[in-house]
Design a protein around this ligand. Structure first.
Ligand code: NDP
Length: 318
């Protein structure tokens, strides 16, 4: 497993990072969740991502349990705040009150004194940006957070935060952005990526497999495989279905010969594609079974030649 700098910071994170949205505390049983974390550690993954909102805190608890006994200095733990964690008016957003309370609750659930990366899960236009930035900065000063990041912020939102942090003289700037980014979803390329590259903000690209679609296991005209995310009830299929149209699935199947040619699985090709994009520090994978973690982690260090990247663009651009 290779490690990369998180943006312009000195923090090294594993280029494949493991996250537990929709799995720990939800679709995956406790033992399987613990086994996935063990498989990640065995594969050399040291960076783990979760959020206060995942399974309403249960995902953080499971991650904390899975990492118990692991030397704290040997792993990087990232979590997030902003999305609703309760019904109260202050159980969401990026107010000073919620940021402080949510961070303390995350630390308690994770069983740690600090997180390495604390991320604003979304932008909150109901809170003055300076209030959020100062609250985040205070958490760093208090030793509860090491580095700051955001998720799914637009380029103008990032620009405002960077400018304001400068005006306020805050020492700790945002060094990470966590966007959805994969072969099928390249929204960050025109604006967010160039800004982040210029400002030293690294991308932790989530859903490199488009929730499993890029593994090639969903076929046009066929039902989703039993037990897969798209097959399950609940809220997750709504997300997956967005990318389950037959035309798109046909194009995804046309990636298979390219994966065969480079001697890798389609999942590994998809993860490697993300890792080959400039400005990306890590591909943030999810997994429902330990074997998936091991397979996906096999993309570490895989560099794709230019002609392979070009052919992927051709296949998906059709
Ligand atoms: P992925 O695109 O990595 O999808 C993971 C799912 O794909 C697995 O649960 C599994 O589903 C399937 N899969 C994975 N590997 C394989 C394989 N080798 N073969 C077959 N199927 C496979 O991303 P996720 O949606 O899980 O998200 C990853 C992480 O990104 C999250 O845990 C979270 O940390 C972060 N995230 C952040 C968000 C944000 O707003 N910042 C939003 C969403 C995610 P199954 O087998 O059940 O079909």
């Amino acid at each position: 497993m290779e490690h990369r700098h998180l943006g312009r910071s000195g923090l090294m994170i594993s280029e494949i990072t493991y996250g537990n949205w929709l799995t720990h505390g939800e679709s995956v049983a406790r033992d399987a969740a613990l086994a996935c974390v063990r498989a990640a550690l065995d594969a050399g993954i040291t960076t783990f991502d979760t959020a206060d909102v995942y399974a309403m805190g249960a995902a953080e608890e499971l991650l904390g349990e899975a990492l118990r006994g692991v030397r704290r200095e040997s792993v990087e733990i990232a979590t997030k705040v902003c999305l609703p964690t309760g019904d109260g008016p202050n159980d969401r957003g990026l107010s000073r009150k919620h940021v402080m309370e949510s961070c303390h609750a995350s630390l308690r659930r994770l069983g740690t004194d600090y997180v390495d990366l604390y991320q604003a899960h979304r932008f909150d236009d109901g809170t003055p940006l300076d209030e959020t930035l100062i609250a985040f900065d205070d958490l760093v000063r208090q030793g509860k957070v090491r580095y700051l990041g955001v998720s799914e912020w637009t380029a103008p939102q990032l620009r405002s935060a960077l400018d304001l942090a400068g005006e306020l003289g805050l020492r700790d700037r945002i060094v990470a952005n966590q966007p959805q980014y994969n072969m099928l979803w390249r929204v960050i390329e025109p604006e967010v990526l160039p800004l982040c590259r210029a400002e030293g903000i690294g991308q932790i690209a989530f859903q490199p497999l488009a929730q499993g679609v890029l593994t090639g296991k969903y076929h046009p005209g066929r039902p989703a495989p039993a037990g897969s995310r798209a097959d399950r009830d609940g809220r997750s299929p709504v997300f997956v279905r967005r990318v389950l149209g037959d035309h798109l699935l046909q194009r995804v199947q046309r990636l298979r010969p390219i994966a065969d040619e480079v001697g890798r699985s389609m999942a590994q090709l998809a993860v490697a594609w993300v890792l080959n994009r400039p400005g990306v520090c890590a591909a943030l994978i999810g997994a429902s079974r330990p074997e998936q973690v091991t397979e996906n982690a096999g993309a570490a260090g895989l560099r794709l030649p230019d002609d392979v990247l070009r052919r992927i663009d051709e296949v998906l651009g059709d």
